[in-house]
Design a binder for this molecule. Structure first.
Ligand code: ADP
Length: 385
């Protein structure tokens, strides 16, 4: 049975029960009240009792027949009264059930309409129409709340679907270039257009390496987004983390001619961290600083303590970031300058993974920049051990 029918039947049943209770109560109370009123009207305790008293008082024949007449009259009036009451009750009952049925039908329809629309909309969404929304009801009741949460859920589903599509498009785009390159070299080799020199093989190898890098990044991103990074968090020396990452990249800094300075506090700072993952974050941020800073520039890695957290700041004198890019660099596949980033072998996933890693540690990561060519600073925090 449908919800509307159930509501309708329950309303009508409630009215019917009300009418039945009213009838029963009336049948029990009305005759008694009527008798009392009659007694008062006739000035005696009651037709039957009055007759008995009269007999005792006068003991005459006339008085007895008067009393019988009175009793007969009272019984007749009571009969009329009962019939009048019951017929009024039947008419009122029919009218009440009739009016209640109309009201109940209208109310049931009002209540079930949003529920019906919600059912239809969820079917639509299940079929892939993520743009489906319900007309929001102003009512500040549970149905209004349900409609609002339904629309919110539909919005989130639409956003997730949009991200999924975007992800597939981005992955396809990222795979296309190195694959086309490898295919081109192979065809050239087959046709004899390209010579089979060690340089050619190195080029093919580099493209395959790029593919490998992308697949590894995607694998890590998938793990990070599913919160499955399985961090091995232990107390570690924050200065050692900074030194490990900086020392690893120092030769590349020297090659490009970018200065690398490390500033550490005097007291040791111990953080609760997965050493390898945080080293990876530092390598990503310090590596980016090198890539986006021209020769002659400088990068400073600074470790400080801030409000019970350890702060790792990587400040460069490089190309900087426009205000609209400061937040977006943490989005997956977001690159300010695609061609420049592609040359680095980067796919715009590094900072997304870094953000996940830092946040899983209970820290925060942010980027700051005064604008183009003003350098940028990437700072992330970790809880102190
Ligand atoms: P990629 O591998 O492409 O560098 P990331 O996720 O590490 O990917 O960085 C995303 C984007 O953020 C980069 O493509 C670049 O545009 C911007 N970016 C990152 N670090 C810096 C920096 N130090 N200075 C300027 N831009 C940066």
């Amino acid at each position: 049975m449908k919800l509307g029918q159930k509501l309708f039947i329950s309303h009508v049943a409630a009215i019917a029960v009300g009418v039945a209770v009213l009838g029963t109560a009336l049948a029990l109370v009305a005759p008694f009240n009527f008798n009392q009123s009659m007694q008062r009207a006739m000035g005696g305790p009651g037709p039957q009792a009055g007759a008995g008293k009269g007999m005792m008082m006068h003991g005459g024949e006339d008085t007895e027949s008067d009393s019988d007449m009175m009793a007969g009259f009272a019984g007749e009036v009571q009969g009329y009264f009962r019939r009048a009451i019951y017929s009024a009750l039947v008419i009122a009952g029919i009218a009440a059930v009739g009016v209640a049925s109309v009201a109940s039908w209208t109310i049931s329809q009002r209540i079930t309409r949003p529920v019906r629309e919600m059912a239809q909309a969820s079917h639509h969404i299940a079929e892939g129409h993520y743009e489906e929304r319900l007309v929001s009801y102003d009512a500040a009741d549970e149905l209004g709340e349900l409609t609002a949460s339904f629309n919110q859920m539909a919005g989130r589903l639409a956003a997730a679907e949009q991200l999924r599509r975007q992800l597939i498009a981005d992955v396809a785009h990222e795979l296309k270039t190195p694959l086309a390159s490898i295919k081109g070299y192979m065809e050239g080799l087959q046709d004899g257009v390209i010579e089979a020199t060690p340089e050619t093989f190195q080029l093919v190898h580099r493209e395959a390496g790029r593919l490998q890098h992308l697949v590894d990044d995607l694998h890590q991103l998938a793990q990070a987004e599913a919160a499955q990074l399985r961090l091995n968090i232990q107390p570690c020396d924050a200065a050692e983390l900074v030194r490990a990452a900086a020392d690893f990249l120092r030769p590349q800094y020297a090659d490009k001619g970018v200065g690398l300075a490390v500033e550490l506090p005097d007291e040791p700072v111990r953080v609760r961290a997965d050493f390898d993952r945080i080293r990876q974050v530092l390598l990503n941020v310090i590596g980016n600083a090198l890539w986006y800073t021209p020769s002659g520039g400088s990068v400073t890695v600074r470790l400080t303590r801030q409000d019970g957290m350890a702060a790792f700041a990587v400040q460069d004198t490089g190309i900087g970031l426009a205000p609209e890019d400061v937040e977006r660099v943490f989005e997956r596949f977001y690159r300010v300058d695609r061609s420049r980033s592609r040359a680095s072998g980067g796919s715009g996933i590094g900072l997304t993974i870094a953000k996940h890693i830092v946040e899983e540690h209970g820290g925060r990561i942010r980027a700051e920049s005064a604008g183009h060519d003003q350098g940028s600073t990437f700072t992330f925090t970790l809880p102190v051990a």
